[in-house]
Write a protein that binds this ligand. Sequence first.
Ligand code: FE2
Length: 171
Amino acid sequence: MRVRHLLRRFLGSLVPVGPGAADDAWARAHFLSGEEALWDQLGRADRRHAVGVARRVERALGHEATRPVIAAALLHDVGKLDARLGTYGRVVATLSAAAAGRHLADAWAERRGLTRRVGLYLKHPELGADRLALAGSDPLTVAWAREHHLPEEAWSVPSHLGRALRAADDD
Ligand SMILES: [Fe+2]
């Protein structure tokens, strides 16, 4: 895991400020109705972060930043809702994955309490993809949620789109 990225997200989440009204309206203009219902469930710091990612994707891709691509930038981490972890729990989850390996996520998700939540957090790509599919999202939006932690060779999302989405999330 990219420690600088994690640290920046952690520090940002300590100040739970949401996106500004204009940014929130811009995000909503890219959603299908089912996606907007998911957006409403995200925490303020997550929504603010997501708008930053999506704005960078739009700048990087120009006319290729289609509605499904922007929706992917905004909602690719929506599976984190299932873990219901706060800032500290997310740090625990990330460090657990680094120490013990993501492959334990399935087993952890079958357990109880914090162990279960850590397991669910590590499974957020699949859980988010399922949520988006149920919400009626475009296949590209669903695919990026599922693939955004995978190596590039494993993407079904076109490489240049995936690279722009990933680069925007690292900034
Ligand atoms: Fe993620």
